[in-house]
Design a protein around this ligand. Structure first.
Ligand SMILES: Nc1ncnc2c1ncn2[C@@H]1O[C@H](COP(=O)(O)OP(=O)(O)O)[C@@H](O)[C@H]1O
Ligand SMILES: [Mg+2]
Length: 501
């Protein structure tokens, strides 16, 4: 036995369904959480940005309202005695620069100086577009500002103006939210992993149950049944199939056991008889007559022994596909009539009337030996299970519907087969137990109908059985009429091949 590392440790865990389910779930969940976080952050950022722009827009309009071009210079035009207004203007002037349209600085606030955007070239660039634009700037201390830069005009004079406001608060808010979210993210993923692991374990629990039950099963212990959870889901389906499989196995095993018992019993009876006869002859035999009798009796028993062994061997060859049919065109009517003739004496002995109805000729493609075996089995069963005074009718006729085929029926007036046994009679070794009675020592091995079923199937036909308890049984064999000659229709003849009461 080679040692396989995949059966232990992390490798095994990674291949477990539970792990894979949890893993997929967690990866999916984490991706969704990250995506939601990203979208949320972007939306918030957009809202905050828009807010800042709106505020700057308002401030721009306010500044525009206060500035005047008087005496070739710019002036702030407001009521200096109004403290409120003064405060507003002071606030507007916090981050602020005003230049001529060539970039010559007219006014600039100290905070603005630290932000840059004083290059005349850059200013001219903005002026050329004639539209206000927004710029982000950072002072040396790392604080962020949003600037609105663009042209303004008063009485034909164009200026360049830039106003700004700090947006650190927004950024800090965004950073704080993001940090919080992504700190919680691993925790949420961990929680989901735990939940997924528990859920997958719960869902897969019955699978492990099935596996454990399967471990417990051996040929001695085939009555293990996994209790259904009655939820009607896929796992209940699995459990149901599994239980049914065990039932079938149990039936097969008990049949095999029964068969071994039967075989040993069947073989032991003739062996014991032979031994007894030979011992008696050996110790008490006095003349040739006695020896001869013992030998003859023994030979009979040996004959039965070899019959049993032969049919077992044949059946196992047939069922494993090693036995091929020797197909040849033959007259099935003749074969049926022959076998019925041969069976007249045993039937007479059993007090059963045996009659046959066969057409004049009935050409089919078949294996004579096997067809005889089939007929022999059906007729011997019918005679065996029919009490004295009953009758057995064998009938061969062409089927009327295409494809061309022949119908053979063997009907008796015997004890019948109870409906719950009917589906099993073709099974190997199956014998209908007769209620209350001890097993008939002369009864067969229960192999006859297995043979019949195999022979019919091998000829491309099928067999049906209908039965009523205490009334009788009818076996109907349909075989293809597979020869170029076909069936001579209209040649049906009633030829009672003898009837003995
Ligand atoms: N014609 C019949 N009438 C009643 N029972 C039958 C008939 N043919 C077969 N059976 C039932 O089917 C069983 C199987 O038949 P078979 O395979 O020929 O076994 P065997 O003849 O060795 O008992 C028989 O044991 C019997 O119980
Ligand atoms: Mg039989």
């Amino acid at each position: 036995v080679t040692f396989d590392w995949r059966n232990v440790g992390p490798g095994r865990l990674a291949r477990s369904l539970r792990f894979r389910l949890t893993f997929i779930y967690v990866v999916f969940f984490a991706a969704i959480l990250a995506l939601v976080g990203g979208i949320f952050r972007q939306t918030l950022e957009g809202i905050l940005d828009q807010q800042s722009r709106d505020v700057l827009e308002e401030e721009w309009a306010a500044v525009n309202g206060y500035l005047r071009w008087v005496n070739n210079r710019v002036e702030w035009f407001y009521d200096r005695n109004d403290t409120d207004e003064a405060a507003i203007v002071t606030r507007l002037q916090r981050v602020y620069m005003l230049t001529s349209d060539t970039g010559h600085i007219l006014e600039v606030s100290p905070t603005y100086r630290t932000l840059g955007l004083e290059e005349p070239s850059e200013i001219r660039e903005v002026m050329r577009h004639d539209k206000p634009v927004f710029r982000m700037r950072q002072d040396p201390a790392g604080n962020s500002y949003m600037l609105r830069v663009g042209p303004i005009a008063d009485r034909g004079h164009r200026f360049f103006m830039a106003i700004g406001r700090p947006i650190d608060g927004d950024q800090r808010l965004l950073a704080a939210i993001t940090r919080k979210y992504y700190t919680w993210l691993p925790l949420m993923i961990l929680a989901s992993a735990l939940l997924g692991w528990l859920m997958a374990g719960r869902a897969l629990y019955p699978v492990n149950e099935v596996a454990h039950a399967a471990e417990r099963i051996s040929s001695r212990n085939l009555n293990v049944q996994i209790p259904s959870r009655r939820s009607g889901d896929e796992l209940d389906n699995l459990i149901g199939s599994f239980n049914r499989m065990i039932e079938r196995l149990a039936a097969a095993f008990s049949q095999m056991r029964q068969f071994s018992t039967d075989v040993s019993h069947e073989l032991r009876t003739p062996i014991t008889a032979i031994r007894g006869q030979l011992e008696v002859a050996l110790f008490t035999g006095e003349n040739v007559e006695q020896y001869r009798e013992a030998i003859e009796n023994s030979l009979q028993d040996i004959e039965r022994l070899s019959q049993i062994v032969k049919s077992l061997l044949l059946l196992s060859q047939a069922e494993s596909g090693q036995l091929a049919l020797q197909l040849a065109p033959l007259d099935f009517a003749e074969v049926v009539a022959d076998i019925v003739d041969q069976y007249q004496i045993p039937a007479e002995g059993a007090g059963v009337t045996l009659a046959a109805t066969v057409p004049e000729r009935c050409e089919i493609q078949g294996d004579r030996v096997q067809l005889e075996r089939m007929l022999y089995n059906l007729i011997s069963n019918a005679v065996k299970f029919t009490p004295p005074g009953g009758s057995v009718a064998v009938k061969l006729e062409p089927a009327h519907q295409p494809p061309a085929s022949v119908l053979l029926s063997v009907a008796d007036t015997g004890r019948g087969i109870p409906p719950d046994h009917l589906p099993h009679i073709f099974d190997r070794f199956y014998r209908v137990p007769s209620a209350g009675k001890a097993p008939d020592p002369a009864s067969g091995l229960g192999l006859g109908l297995s043979f019949v079923a195999w022979i019919v199937k091998a000829h491309g036909g099928h067999i049906d059985v209908s039965s009523e308890v205490a009334k009788g049984t009818r076996f109907t064999v349909t075989l293809p009429a597979g020869t170029t000659l076909g069936l001579r229709s209209g040649a049906i003849q009633t030829s009672s091949a003898g009837s003995v009461g």
